[in-house]
Design a protein. Structure first.
Length: 319
């Protein structure tokens, strides 16, 4: 019951406060651990098999530490007082989630567009996407911001919520470590093709169910928000596999259908044009108001999953 209460409090804290920049964050510590172990373990001249083994060792060490440390802290707090454990779990779950920050950062893009500041919108967008932004027009800036909100609805909010609901903060931080390793190492380039392969594959595996749950929650959220729920369902069914990743197009396609716009398509990364399939139908031009619409859709989907997680934890505690 206390874990269920911590799940409730942690989610509400994120919605109200977001991530204070001045406060040390555990995910930054995980990133530092990954960077340190990469310097120690990665040998560019090693054989593909050697790089693969080193990457696998890094994954095991980071995942193990990210699970064991919060588990030990929660156990130690519980041995002192159940209320101390409740407080610690609440803060940890709060730190796992990024709904408020996701909306806040995307709205900076919207606000720059609303002010007619295209260079400022490009700069704000560059803080939350990996693609080149210096040549994007307003429509493409809008689409990129919406795609980021849609994709991170799963990675940054719903997936850690699900893992925390199943296994508490320890399992939640294990997920965050897997996600962070993929974002730092999971590239298909010469540097990380073998060293980062385990990180990329494990991220695909950990996100397989959460991405699909998130997409279905978005379809339901579209219905509740009186968006195009039928379009969200049909576009998700049609376009959910239109991505190299088995998971990324799940929420993006549902969001595209709910908003009635087309996402995806060719983008430039580090000066290179990358061909990507389109998601959704080109029913109307995207506009800057699609950014807050995507944020509302993300929040509604997250609340749906949060309530289901709470109900499941309470039922498990009672039975």
């Amino acid at each position: 019951m206390l874990t269920a209460a911590a799940l409730a409090v942690g989610f509400l804290l994120d919605c109200l406060l977001g991530d204070p920049r001045w406060l040390p964050h555990p995910v930054r510590a995980i990133g530092g651990l990954i960077a340190g172990l990469e310097k120690l373990l990665r040998r560019p001249a090693a054989s593909p098999a050697g790089q693969l083994a080193a990457g696998a060792l890094l994954w095991c060490l980071v995942a193990g530490a990210s699970f064991a440390v919060p588990l030990a802290l929660v156990w130690a707090a519980g041995s002192v007082s159940p209320w101390l454990r409740f407080a610690l779990e609440s803060v940890m779950i709060y730190q796992l989630l990024a709904a408020r920050d996701l909306v806040r950062e995307s709205m900076r893009v919207h606000d720059r567009l609303a002010a007619g500041d295209l260079p400022g919108a490009r700069q704000a967008l560059s803080m939350i996407v990996g693609r080149d932004t210096d040549q994007l027009d307003e429509g493409k800036i809008t689409c990129a911001a919406v795609e980021t909100v849609a994709e991170n609805a799963s990675d940054g909010v719903i997936a850690p919520l699900l893992f925390a609901a199943v296994g508490g903060p320890a399992l939640g931080f294990l997920y965050k470590a897997v996600n962070t390793m993929d974002s730092m190492l999971g590239y298909r380039n010469e540097k990380y093709l073998y060293f980062g392969r385990v990180s990329a594959r494990m991220d695909d595996a950990f996100n397989f169910l959460p991405a699909r749950i998130s997409a279905l929650a978005m379809v339901l959220a579209a219905f509740l928000l009186r968006m195009d729920a039928r379009g969200a369902w049909s576009i998700w069914r049609r376009d959910r596999k239109n991505h190299k990743s088995p998971n990324s197009a799940q929420t993006e396609s549902a969001c595209a259908g709910a908003l009635g716009i087309r996402l995806g398509g060719p983008s430039r990364y580090f000066g290179q044009l990358v061909e990507k399939p389109y998601l959704g139908d080109d029913r109307r031009p995207p506009c800057r108001e699609d950014i807050p619409r995507a944020g509302r859709l993300m929040y509604a989907a997250a609340v749906i999953v949060w309530l289901c997680c709470l109900a499941a934890r309470i039922a498990a505690a009672i039975w």
